[in-house]
Design a protein around this ligand. Structure first.
Ligand code: NAD
Length: 469
């Protein structure tokens, strides 16, 4: 079944628990626009290669549409449609006011020099602009698999050249470098959100009991597949939260150490040797995908879609599968894992941290002011004033050193990063609880509950616009 077909199958399973008319459901499910582009790239050796690119805008119930740009050989019309649909549902679940979109260029980025990647990114942006598929109020890309803040800076610069009079042009793309209008905390946002989502799931004693696990992150064993942006940061925050990282899988193979490995040491080893293999103290696993079957509490697939299928699902030993990547579990595999009592934390909720912080970046760009700039010093002074007032009111005054230390510890205003992380934490925790309530009420799994939440919210948008009942 196609990837878009799989997303629609999950949609239909959830839609059966709602009472919206079939026409409304059909409109929510349909992919509104698709743009297919072919353009020439002059390679460094002078040869001309024709590059295929796509952009799908799945839903315009909120505008602009929003979604990453992926550079991978898996990119196709089907893939961008499926990923754009997931974006619509994801934004609805975490109350981020965008429709869903996704773009991609069909290349293996490792085959291209930096200069070639810059040329093709700029040309792809030019084509999107010409077809009205990019703009602060139209469609706003972000990084995804195979792209990073560097590509986003090229996109912004190209857009600026084309729309040099546009006041809000900084908001045409998110995930930019901070010096180019990016927001602090965006790079690690998806991984941080994955951590907040897993932590929220693990705090419910009754849910953990059903899995035979203790509540909390502390001491839980974790296997992570894919050590790119999302995988690395998810691993890093889980480690900082007290989890034990016992397995890592990358393209070149996988490593396993039941005693746990330090993620930064593994990354350093990979930088120095070009591979995660032969990490001191760990056992090599030549067939990378076998790492998914390692004994662990939490499995975090953070690479690409379709890595857990009906073939390997019966051998998955993790009690929690936390979908950091988009679509890592096929719908057939999903059923097998659910039947085996695994708690699935679905992609459509779990990796929403990226788009949540992209929303904060977009707001920063439209308001033309750094978050917290107007209030930080005021908050600092206010906290100091409160502490001094408490000091005056207390019969036995604090000694000066204690007062100074309290002011230092409590009397600081929130930085942009503090605000971004706090907004992200609140968003992930609130959305999890909302989805969990639906899960209990309807007696369904977390994925179905997440889709029900999305469908209800999108249907309400149409109803509020007076378009559908
Ligand atoms: P990335 O390019 O930074 O990293 C992906 C990593 O996966 C790379 O290190 C790659 O070598 C590795 N990989 C590829 N195939 C593998 C395989 N078969 N086995 C093991 N490792 C493999 O990409 P990313 O931005 O981290 O995105 C990863 C996933 O997360 C994608 O599904 C993406 O759609 C999703 N996602 C990303 C963001 C974001 O903000 N970047 C947001 C939401 C969802």
């Amino acid at each position: 079944m196609s990837f878009f077909g799989q997303v629609n199958r999950m949609f239909d399973a959830a839609a059966a628990h709602t009472e919206h008319p079939e026409g409304v459901l059909h409109q929510i499910r349909a992919c509104d626009n698709i743009c297919r582009i072919e353009f020439p790239l002059k390679r460094d050796d002078g040869a001309i290669e024709v590059i295929k690119g796509y952009r799908a805008e799945h839903s315009h119930h909120k505008q602009p549409t929003k979604g990453g740009i992926r550079y991978a050989t898996s990119v196709s019309v089907d893939e961008v449609m499926a990923l754009a649909a997931l974006m619509s549902y994801k934004c609805a679940i975490v109350d981020v006011p965008f429709g869903g979109a996704k773009g991609g260029v069909h290349i293996d980025r490792r085959d291209y020099s930096d200069a070639e990647l810059e040329r093709l990114t700029r040309r792809y942006t030019f084509e999107l602009a010409r077809k009205n598929y990019i703009g602060p109020g139209i469609d706003v890309p972000a990084p995804d698999y195979g792209t990073s803040s560097r590509e986003m800076a090229w996109i912004l610069d190209t857009y600026n050249q084309l729309e040099h009079n546009e006041l809000n042009s900084l908001a045409c793309v998110t995930g930019k470098p901070v010096g180019q209008g990016g927001v602090r905390g965006r790079t690690e946002a998806t991984g941080r959100g994955v951590f907040y989502g897993i932590r929220q799931a693990c705090q419910f004693e009754d849910d953990m009991k059903e899995l035979g696990l203790e509540p909390g992150i502390e001491g839980k064993t974790v296997v992570v597949q894919g050590l790119g942006n999302v995988g690395y940061h998810s691993a890093k925050f889980l480690q900082d939260g007290g989890a034990k990282l016992v397995g890592f899988a990358e393209i070149e193979g996988a490593i396993h150490d039941p005693d746990g490995m330090d993620i930064d040491a593994v990354m350093k080893h990979r930088r120095e040797t070009g591979s995660i293999m032969d990490f001191p103290g760990a056992t090599n696993i030549a067939a990378s995908a076998e790492a998914l079957e390692l004994e662990c509490d939490i499995l975090v697939p953070a690479a690409l879609e379709g890595v857990i299928t009906e073939e390997n699902a019966p051998r998955i030993k993790a009690r929690i599968v936390a979908e950091a990547a988009n679509g890592p579990v096929t719908s057939a595999a999903d059923q097998i894992l659910q039947d085996n009592g695994v708690l699935m934390i679905p992609d459509v909720y779990l990796n929403a941290g990226g788009v949540t912080v992209s929303y904060f970046e977009w707001l920063r760009n439209l308001s033309h002011v750094r978050h917290g700039r107007m209030s930080r010093r005021f908050e600092e002074r206010n906290a100091e004033r409160i502490l001094r007032a408490v000091d005056e009111l207390t019969a036995e005054s604090f000694d000066d050193r204690l007062l100074d230390s309290l002011i230092k510890r409590i009397g600081f205003g929130a930085s942009e990063e503090d605000l971004v992380n706090s907004g992200l934490e609140d968003t992930m925790a609130f959305a999890y609880d909302e989805v969990r309530v639906i899960r209990k009420e309807k007696d369904v799994d977390m994925r179905t509950a997440a889709f029900i939440s999305a469908i209800n919210k999108i249907a309400k948008s149409y109803a509020d616009m007076g378009i559908f009942p």
